[in-house]
Unconditional design. Structure first.
Lengths: 84, 408
């Protein structure tokens, strides 16, 4: 079963025109992966819909790297789990 | 007024996604209609339709694809083929002298439906993202084509129901004739609207429900057993140029647009009166006659397979042309009715017949209905050169539109 990181990578590869080897945890969306602001919105949206979690807008705006996205997603999953 | 020619064309349809594939389908009567399991699962009586199959969109590129739903993707691939067919230099599209006029009936309706489902389920607008705006809007094909290709002249959508394709092409020809632009990518596109629209047509006039096991026999224009339209999807795009522009770059035009007519019945939202059809044909024929073109060899009709409209079309053709009429056929029996895109696809089919010298038959026309007699129905493939061809459509809201192409 794919890990959270693997699924996030899959989403990023679907949306951005980048190679798998570029999608490393430290990769910055804008500077390294040439993501536009719309790309980032779409990635965060896809992550929320794929995992059925809500990432608040003020948190989404702080996402700069792949690792940031994974971290915020894990926090949202934990919060969802604790509410279940 | 400048002369306007077709230098390129492309189509995405149930009968093929390349000009060669479509030509073969038309020549060999290869049906694009298939059984659609989703229609059965949703409770439709008619369970057949035309789907675009195996379309490869990688050429569009990920960046451009991001803002496109199928309606724009179909238009983009058809436009790409038209540009290739015309051997038109891509860089020359980046100009204020180039326009994009691509019509549709329903636009990016699937994206709108998806967004509403997500919002109702999550009650959280953050789940909607942003690209839904560009995918859903009615001008998605025109806007996306202009952005993708760098077109800087006019770029907009035209909608007149099933006349969108003919009206977009006709309008584009007027822009060029008047000198507003020199080149125009024009046509129409429709994505699959099964879940939003097809049900209404299944209700209203009825769609054929006795051929679910033999999909290719379902649509029967002019036949005694005709039972309504079979629906489809896809796009058609023509590359139009001013004749002098085409000659200056040593392009070989396929045909000249010698006539365009468009007229509303002013009568009823879906019952046709015949007046608008007669008027639009008359306008197109008068324009052609003014250019010295007085004979039409073949007519691609609207021919959906509905009881009322098929008979009315035949009556109008007889009134306008007398007997014997030009050769007459409907390609909807083979390809289905792609709603807003149909006129543009049929313009391409008609131009392919003009180019290659054949008239495709109305498949499934086995017993001509008494109220559809009196015109020269093509019931089997007719090989032979054509000089002048007409295509017309009629749409909901009383629209009617007609184009005449002459070999050049």
């Amino acid at each position: 079963m794919a890990t959270v990181e693997e699924k996030v990578k899959e989403i990023v590869l679907e949306i951005l025109d980048v190679k798998p080897e570029d999608v490393v945890p430290s990769a910055k969306f804008i500077e390294d992966l040439n993501a536009t602001s719309i790309d980032i919105v779409e990635i965060v949206t896809a992550i929320q819909n794929t995992f059925d979690v809500n990432i608040a807008e003020e948190e989404a705006q702080k996402i700069r790297t792949i690792q940031d996205a994974v971290d915020y997603l894990n926090a949202a999953l934990a919060k969802k789990g604790s509410q279940a | 007024m400048r002369r306007v020619v077709v230098t390129g064309m492309g189509t995405v349809s149930s009968i093929g996604n390349t000009l060669d594939a479509v030509t073969t389908s038309l020549r060999e009567s290869r049906s694009g209609i298939e059984f659609i399991p989703e229609m059965r699962d949703l409770g439709f009586r008619c369970q057949v339709g035309g789907r675009v199959k195996g379309l490869d969109v990688t050429r569009i590129g990920k960046r451009a694809l991001q803002s496109m739903s199928d309606v724009a993707r179909f238009a983009a691939m058809a436009a790409a083929e038209a540009i290739d067919d015309a051997k038109f230099p891509l860089d020359d599209l980046k100009s204020e002298r180039v326009a994009v006029v691509v019509g549709t009936s329903f636009g990016g309706v699937n994206e709108a439906a998806r967004a509403e489902r997500v919002l109702q389920r999550t009650k959280n607008p953050l789940r909607l993202g942003v690209t839904g705006l560009f995918k859903g809007m009615h001008s998605t094909a025109a806007g996306n084509l202009a952005s993708w290709l760098g077109v800087r002249g006019r770029a907009y959508s035209i909608c007149s129901s099933f006349c969108a394709g003919v009206d977009a092409i006709g309008h584009a020809s007027e822009l060029i004739a008047r000198g507003v632009v020199d080149v125009c990518l024009c046509g129409a596109s429709e994505e699959n609207t099964l879940r939003q629209v097809w049900g209404c047509l299944d209700n209203w006039g009825g769609m054929p429900s006795a051929s679910n096991d033999r999909p290719e026999r379902a649509c029967r224009p002019y036949d005694q057993d005709r039972a309504g339209p079979v629906l489809s999807e896809g796009a058609g795009v023509l590359l139009l140029e001013a004749l002098d522009h085409a000659l200056a770059r040593e392009a070989r035009p396929h045909a000249e647009i010698v006539g365009y007519g468009s007229s509303n019945d002013g009568f009823h939202m879906f019952e046709p009166s015949g007046d608008g059809l007669r008027e639009s044909m008359g306008q197109a024929l008068a324009a052609a006659a003014a250019k010295g073109v007085r004979r039409v060899d073949y007519i691609n009709t609207h021919g959906t397979g509905t009881k009322v409209h098929d008979a009315l079309e035949v009556r109008v053709i007889r009134e306008v042309f007398g007997t014997p009429s030009p050769l007459v056929s409907s390609t909807k029996a083979l390809a289905g009715h792609a709603l807003g895109a149909t006129g543009a696809q049929e313009a391409v089919y008609t131009l392919l017949m003009l180019r290659h010298g054949f008239a495709a038959p109305t498949v499934n026309l086995e017993r001509i209905a008494p109220d559809c007699e009196g015109v020269s129905h093509v019931q089997s493939l007719r090989e032979g050169p054509l000089d002048t061809v007409m295509t017309f459509n009629a749409g909901l809201g009383g629209s009617n539109a007609c184009l005449i192409f002459h070999k050049i």
